[in-house]
Write a protein that binds this ligand. Structure first.
Ligand code: NAP
Ligand code: MG
Length: 495
């Protein structure tokens, strides 16, 4: 069995405590991928010191050169794409096509970051006084704490780490305990591409220990977190003690609305992909389906037929469409919500159980599940389940459908299927979400577009695209007076 380590201050090291934890395959729990250091405060302290020291050099390294390193990162990821995808499928279960996509998102993010190295635009603005020059430039923030979830083991860390580095920050990275191997591969690639010592540090271990130690550390200047709303709130509280900058990308309860004028075959493909891709374990997963009453019964029967045929299994096998839940805890949560749905009065029309009597018993599988007759106030319509469970709600109109869609504490992704352009634009105007798709599922973000949500999905920042570069830089305003005399703004011009 392989033993993995932390990377701190330019060296691969064990946790100070000497303790380790195992990483297993959720499709076959007997398969152990390796052991990882179970780190704590002391390891984080050292990583932060390392990142702080490295910052003084890295911030002076020209941004286009930082971009050149990230371009090499993209090249290496592209060359190793298949191997990285296979490792990821073994580590967290999603099917190979999806783990390939996850790596590709990292590659895209690397190339975007590389090109940003030659932009990072500031502004020059006229001064109100003669012989004076005004500009605002971007400067790095300092040490970035990066804490990530397991559902996009490569893509989400790259969304944070690549822009952070490109802007001249140094990084202390704590990946999810369920996906430490993919995270380690990412760090290896950064080093191979030429990231200098101390600039990137990875500390493995639990959220409450390593994650909290990073977030609360007085010398960590900003935190970029993706995960649950519950943990996000805790982080927000703890980080406020040092007033550090915090970006939170949190939960979702995303809905797809299908109007009576929609292309139903297209809408069906969309909802099956959106609800059961990644076993429903995406922050943007479709967990509610709002159907216009005129097509409700027809569409529901199409959906049940299609869902029941989905092939579960090990994501490395060809033809498998749905992998396992990430771990036993998640499988239990799904089962609990299925029981809640039944108690609330919803009708379970397919799925609703752990598959039995097959080789699937070695993993944390759950049959793709659809509930009909769901009322908007049911818990299964309100709470994030993060598994293969879809709640179907009936609506009479676009207006009512959008209201149902908005009736949640979250606001990440949304989708409307319609062939009426007026409906589409009204929905875009009225939906309260960070992302709206028209005639496409709730999942499918592109790396060069802003990504994030409203309400309790986050705290207003956006990852992806050009917007993430605002988070990882500070604005510095510069005035250069070349008049040779004292000039007083707001005063001299107006006397
Ligand atoms: P999670 O339990 O919140 O964990 C996310 C990360 O935070 C993990 O690295 C975790 O470490 C760490 N962590 C846990 N408790 C912590 C604490 N007290 N202080 C600091 N760090 C802590 O979420 P998850 O179960 O991994 O991921 C699923 C959730 O993420 C869902 O709610 C999903 O919607 C959300 N998500 C959101 C987005 C988005 O962009 N909006 C994208 C993907 C996922 P351990 O792994 O060691 O526990
Ligand atoms: Mg695992």
């Amino acid at each position: 069995m392989k033993t993995f380590q932390n990377f701190i201050n330019g060296k691969w090291v064990d946790a100070k405590s000497g303790q380790t934890f195992e990483n297993r395959n959720p499709a076959n729990w007997d398969e152990i991928l390796g052991t990882f250091p179970k780190s704590g405060q002391e390891d984080v302290d050292e990583a932060v010191r390392s990142a702080q020291a490295a910052f003084e050099k890295w911030r002076l390294f020209p941004a286009p050169k930082r971009g050149d390193i990230l371009r090499r990162v993209g090249d290496i990821m592209a060359a190793r794409k298949e191997e990285l995808a296979r490792q990821m499928t073994k580590e967290m279960g999603k099917v190979l096509a999806e783990t390939r996509g996850d790596v590709q998102e990292g590659i895209d993010t690397a190339y975007y970051a590389a090109s940003e190295g030659r932009r990072l635009f500031g502004r020059t603005v006229p001064s109100e006084l003669p012989n004076k020059f005004n500009m605002a430039i971007r400067v790095p923030v300092g040490v970035a704490g990066v804490v990530t979830p397991w559902n996009f083991p490569m893509a989400i860390p790259t969304w944070k780490i690549f822009p952070a580095l490109l802007c001249g920050n140094t990084v202390v990275f704590k990946p999810a305990s369920d996906t430490p191997a993919s995270a380690t591969s990412l760090v290896e690639i950064l080093l191979e591409a030429g990231i200098p010592e101390g600039v990137i540090n990875i500390v493995h271990g639990g959220g409450g220990d390593v994650g909290m130690a990073i977030v609360s550390h007085p010398d960590v200047d900003l935190v970029s977190f993706t995960g649950s709303t519950l943990v996000g709130k805790k982080i927000s509280e703890v980080a406020s003690a040092t007033l550090k900058r915090v970006s939170l990308e949190l939960g979702g309860k995303n809905a797809q609305l299908v109007m009576d004028d929609a292309d139903l075959d297209l809408a069906l493909e969309g909802v099956v992909w959106g609800a059961f891709g990644t076993t429903g374990q995406r922050c943007t997963a479709t967990s509610r389906l709002v159907l216009h009453e005129k097509i409700h019964d027809k569409f529901l029967s199409m959906l049940v037929e299609r869902t029941a045929k989905l092939k579960l299994g090990n994501g490395l096998q060809q033809g498998v469409e749905v992998g396992p839940c990430i771990n036993q805890g998640q499988q239990t949560t799904v089962q609990k919500y299925v029981e809640i749905g039944i108690e609330e009065g919803a009708t379970m029309v397919t799925g609703g159980e752990i598959p039995k009597g097959t080789d699937l018993e070695k993993g944390w599988f759950y049959k793709p599940t659809v509930f009909a007759d769901v009322k908007p106030h049911y818990r299964i319509a309100k709470e994030e389940i993060f598994g293969p469970v879809l709640s179907v709600i009936k609506t009479r109109s676009l207006g009512e459908g959008v209201k149902i869609l908005n009736d949640t504490i979250y606001g990440l992704s949304s989708s409307v299927y319609t062939s009426d352009i007026n409906n589409a634009y009204r929905a875009i105007r009225d939906i309260k979400a960070g992302i709206t798709y028209i005639n496409a599922p709730t999942i499918g973000a592109e790396a060069h577009m802003p990504f994030g949500g409203v309400k309790q999905t986050g705290n207003g920042h956006r990852e992806g695209g050009w917007t993430v570069y605002d988070f990882f830089t500070e604005w510095k305003t510069v005035y250069i007076d070349y008049s040779g005399g004292l000039q007083r703004a707001q005063i001299d011009n107006y006397e």
